[in-house]
Write a protein that binds this ligand. Structure first.
Ligand code: S3P
Length: 449
């Protein structure tokens, strides 16, 4: 599908973004593992979380929808051997976390995914799980999916993560829940800690110290929870409001877990008029409202722990950098090369089309801001974060932007176009045309993807 965007006159309003994708995956998986039934409200409805739900159902978990954003997870009696290979779709979190869970189940399973996911490295979970005694094989022998998992008895290990990855950390911790003895994971930089918080709340035997998490086997108790809004989805509006000349947006009820707030810190350092309001705790996670107004931004350097804390927002920050004054350097972000697309290459290629002076580095990007973007024909490369990033670029660029394969947004934010229409209002962007709300209502569908 091709979407066409141009700059609306204003971007104003309040909204609640979809539930946090990372927390939704974990709420479904951990409650499926726990004793007792649970109700999870505010679940993310994107394709990634639906893939996790579908895999769990294939494993015999009773999982039903009790409303558009509410899931009931039954009090199951363990997992059953799946008749068919599990399909994680586009979702690395689904594949890596479920591999950790399946490593200890007494049956054989296969897990695969779409073209993008089958290109991504899975040896990073195969390696530590094998050290725990798991029998996991990359079917093609290249460290990638499909994976064959022959679950069995595991033993605890002490594992220092070679790269900062919450997915790998979580896979090892999930396996550790069923392994003999203690499992310890050390991380080079703090990564999102939703798994640890939820395990603590569900009664696991877990000890969390800065940079070191230890878990011992034991049962979990199911837990009802309401998933906070996804800061990674809110981020698009935070940046849109900062960059648009006539904007004020408030995102309500968004998760502000400090392992995720790199985007807020980076925008504030760039000079954004941003405030975090009404901070509170909900379901063991900090939540707040975030307000952003039109701002003049300046370039900054993003690296080290800050880069890890906004890893999924770095393509979007490249758009902010292009609209800022001065140079922005993004480094220590080589992980971007193994996301849904090689986000260093795809971000550079697409923003270059929009007239941005952007250079690739092995582990990042250098952007020379010139305070403007030119509308262009772009492609999402099938990557949801790139599609969303280019949509925000199109909302602040001069002229018209076309995004090919824009349906990729459905992976994490299917409600995006509706939210955009509300924030941009219904005023016509150019008199006489059918374009409204910064977006051509008539999206053209290409004959084939
Ligand atoms: C995620 C962890 C991160 C992030 C991804 C979601 C998670 O990946 O990029 O979007 O839910 O654990 P890595 O663990 O590969 O860094």
């Amino acid at each position: 599908m091709i979407e066409t965007l141009s700059r609306p006159r204003t971007l104003r309003g309040e909204l609640a973004v979809p539930g946090d994708k990372s927390i939704t995956h974990r709420a479904l998986i951990l409650n499926a593992l726990a004793a007792g039934s649970a109700t999870v409200r505010g679940v993310a409805r994107g394709a990634d979380c639906r893939a996790t739900a579908a895999c769990l159902r294939q494993l015999g978990v009773e999982l039903s929808e009790a409303g558009p954003e509410t899931m009931l997870i039954g009090d199951g009696a363990g997992f059953a051997e799946p008749a068919e290979p599990l399909d994680a779709g586009n979702s690395g979190t689904t594949m890596r976390l479920l591999t950790g869970l399946l490593a200890a189940q007494p049956f054989r399973s296969f897990i695969t995914g779409d073209d993008s996911l089958r290109r991504r490295p899975m040896d990073r979970v195969i390696e530590p799980l094998s050290r725990m005694g798991a029998d996991i094989r990359s079917v093609a022998g290249d460290g990638r999916a499909p994976l064959e998992i022959n679950g069995g008895r595991l033993k605890g290990i002490h594992y220092a993560l070679p790269v900062a990855s919450a997915q790998v950390k979580s896979a090892v911790l999930l396996a550790g829940l069923a392994a003999a003895g203690e499992t310890v994971v050390e991380e080079p930089h703090p990564t999102r800690d939703h798994t640890e918080r939820m395990l603590q709340a569900m009664g696991a035997d877990i000890d969390c110290q800065p940079g070191r998490i230890a878990v011992r086997p034991g049962p979990l108790e199911a837990m009802d929870l309401t998933v906070p809004g996804d800061l990674s989805s809110a981020a698009y509006w935070l940046v849109a409001a900062a960059l648009h000349p006539d904007a004020e947006i408030v995102v309500r009820g968004v998760g502000v877990n400090p392992t995720r707030t790199g985007i807020v810190d980076a925008l504030v350092e760039m000079g954004a008029d941003l405030s975090v309001e009404a901070e509170r705790l909900a379901g063991g996670e900090p939540v707040a409202d975030i307000r952003v107004r039109s701002s003049g931004l300046r370039g900054i350097t993003i690296g080290g722990s800050l880069a890890v804390r906004c890893i999924d927002e770095l393509p979007l920050l490249a758009v902010a950098a292009a609209m800022a004054q001065g140079v922005t350097e993004i480094r220590d972000a080589g992980e971007l090369r193994v996301k849904e697309s090689d986000r260093i290459a795809t971000t550079a290629a697409e923003l270059e089309r929009m007239g941005v002076d952007i250079r690739e580095r092995a582990d990042g990007l250098v952007i020379r801001g010139r305070g403007r973007l030119d509308g262009a024909r772009c492609s999402s490369h099938g990557d949801h974060r790139l599609a969303l990033t280019l949509a925000i670029a199109g909302l602040v660029a001069d002229g018209v932007t076309e995004i090919q394969d824009a349906e990729a947004v459905d992976v994490s934010y299917p409600e995006f176009w509706d939210d955009l229409a509300r924030l941009a209002g219904s005023e016509r962007v150019d008199a006489g045309s059918r374009r409204r709300a910064g977006r051509d209502r008539k999206s053209t569908r290409t004959a084939q993807r």
